[in-house]
Design a protein around this ligand. Sequence first.
Ligand code: V47
Length: 382
Amino acid sequence: MTSGLASKPHHSFQTDDPALEPIATKVLAGERLNFDDGVALCRSGDILAVGWLANLVRERMHGDLAYFNVNRHINPTNVCVASCRLCAFGRKKGEADTYTMALEEAWATAGEGYIDAVTEFHIVGGLHPDLPFSYFMDLVRGLKERYPKVHIKAFTMVEIAFLAKRGKMTIEEALLQMKEAGVDSMPGGGAEIFADRVRHIICDHKIDGGEWLETARLAHKMGFRSNATMLYGHVEEIEDRVDHLLRLREVQDDTGGFQTFIPLSFHPDNTALSHINKSTGMLDIRQIAVGRLMLDNFPHIKSYWQMVTPQMAQISLRFGADDIDGTVVEEKIYHDAGATTPQGMRRADLIRLITEAGRVPFERDTLYRAVTRSENTFTVAS
Ligand code: V47
């Protein structure tokens, strides 16, 4: 761990954008940035200067280390009562191409098709109108029985709120039952953009931004760690993005429960917003850098290779990101929305991406503890 953390000399900051000068002064002094700083960072044409600052913060926190994990995504069902315009994955009950995994099928899928021992199951799916709360608890319990060493990162704040309602219990009760069944932490999905105006357009049927944040707050207070995402590149304004980041930062000041911030670039194909242009390299790299600079209390910033391509994820490791996510194995949500990235990557591919970016690969478990491997098994540092 220490090898990647050696402090390096940093040469002085340079920019041709005067708006970045006062921001640089704050970043160099370790001071917190405000709303206007966030907007200026989003507007600046000097992406190299923005990236330089983000990289400075990233190296202060993690040196040259770049984290990845060996994980598998499981999406138990694509049946969903919501009809979010942003989504190409969900289907209404009764439509032709719906699927719902039987429990045995989900348990078998979890163990399939990968030679390296997986350390994390990432489980998210549609808001199914009929599946009982017990289906999800049995799913988790069965996975824990079969794969006791594997961390279960399951259910977004949106699913938790929905499942609690379906099970006629409070969110706290639902979280308690999830803990008992073996859920270890939560992924960061469903956050989208918190601002009401945007949410009404892209995901009118989801819990609102305040409810998402309060569910996360409660989960953290009950001892869960979770991630947080932001979906950008659709109908949001720069101000909505900065507002989103500040609302996350505020909860994090209170709970410290967020591990990683993951900006997600919108994929329009096959969604009700298919007229919107695809994201660009500048937009993607900027969200990483601005996330790193604004979220001074988040330990990690993830550039999710599935979303932004492996090439962009690699470059991001020099623009504020310290994590590129994992092997994934089978991805459905963005591939239904037109992503052309591979469905999964091998451990060796991730290591190569990181090494060629001049960083030191660090295989982590979901809680960022070191994973060491021998043969087809692994050990997590305590
Ligand atoms: O909340 C859905 C997004 C998210 C589209 O926590 C779309 O480690 C782009 O949250 N174009 C779910 N994005 C995925 C997610 C995630 C992914 C990887 C790691 C982690 C983590 C979390 O996917 C949704 C939504 O924001 N999404 N449809 C689309 N058409």
